[in-house]
Ligand binder design. Structure first.
Ligand SMILES: Nc1ncnc2c1ncn2[C@@H]1O[C@H](COP(=O)(O)OP(=O)(O)OP(=O)(O)O)[C@@H](O)[C@H]1O
Length: 247
């Protein structure tokens, strides 16, 4: 579902991603972890074809990101921290316009909106203008918009930042429920406890390099730590002291 081979991304003389390789399968919730500046957003932007890698290869849902970016874009849904929605449109109008961009017909669109209403409990967001939404309502519609075309790969980039505990809980529940055969959910966060809860495997990035790639229990076992945050500090400390943890 996702295959990243030797991806490097530089901004001028700064290397944001260094020779990164990893793959992930459908049916997984895959965590991308690391502190601010680790390179998570850069990597997700490369996967969504919003940025080209300086070198390396990326395949998403069987499509090459450089050769067929359109097909990659159709296979991907993105939720990031920003919740920009046109204030004058209702949730239903937002979803219809996005479905239109993906070439979905009217019947298919209405059926999908009804389905999303059920899974995301869109309720009155559908017929209320976005300008009148609470943060929790915005979040539901932003997620529904990202998945309206039923993408094979769902990318959530710091999607819980700024949410209150209720909205954050429903986001994490949604991520857990998004696990399905043939679907890959990429969950990027710097909050390790969120990843610990919802991710099957995690990749930990530090200064653009992979310092761990495994299931959460395996990362804990390897470092001998009791939670991911402590494991992260242990991996980074070892890396800086030159101790090699084979990834
Ligand atoms: N357009 C750019 N030009 C120059 N440097 C950039 C650019 N975009 C990102 N960077 C740098 O690349 C590094 C990785 O940034 P990136 O946003 O990918 O990290 P991140 O892990 O997502 O962190 P955050 O959680 O803070 O967004 C940072 O040091 C950042 O300053």
């Amino acid at each position: 579902m996702l295959d990243i081979q030797n991806v490097t991304k530089t901004y001028g003389s700064f290397t944001a991603l260094r020779d990164l390789s990893l793959s992930a399968q459908g049916g997984e919730v895959f965590g991308l972890l690391g502190p601010n500046g680790a390179g998570k957003t850069t990597l997700l932007r490369v996967l969504a074809t919003l940025l080209s890698p300086t070198s390396g290869h990326v395949q998403v849902a069987g499509h090459d990101a450089l050769r067929d970016p359109e097909a990659v874009r159709r296979s991907v849904g993105v939720v990031n921290g920003g919740m920009g929605l046109p204030a004058r449109l209702t949730g239903r109008e937002v979803l219809r316009s996005f479905a239109g961009l993906y070439g979905m017909g009217r019947r298919e669109t209405e059926a999908r909106i009804a389905q999303l209403d059920e899974t995301l409990k869109l309720g009155r967001t559908l017929d209320t203008r976005a300008g009148e939404y609470s943060t929790g309502m915005k979040q539901k519609v932003v997620i529904a918009r990202a998945v309206v075309h039923d993408p094979a790969v769902l990318i959530l980039d710091e999607a819980a930042s700024g949410l209150d505990i209720f909205a954050r809980r429903s986001l994490l529940d949604f991520v857990a429920a998004s696990r399905a055969p043939g679907r890959l959910t990429l969950y990027s966060t710097h909050v390790m406890s969120e990843a610990e809860e919802v991710c099957d495997r995690v990749a930990i990035l530090h200064r653009g390099e992979l310092v761990a790639l495994d299931t959460v229990p395996a990362v804990l076992a390897r470092t001998g730590e009791r939670n991911l945050e402590r494991a992260f500090f242990s991996l980074v400390r070892d890396r800086e002291e030159g101790v090699d943890h084979a990834v």
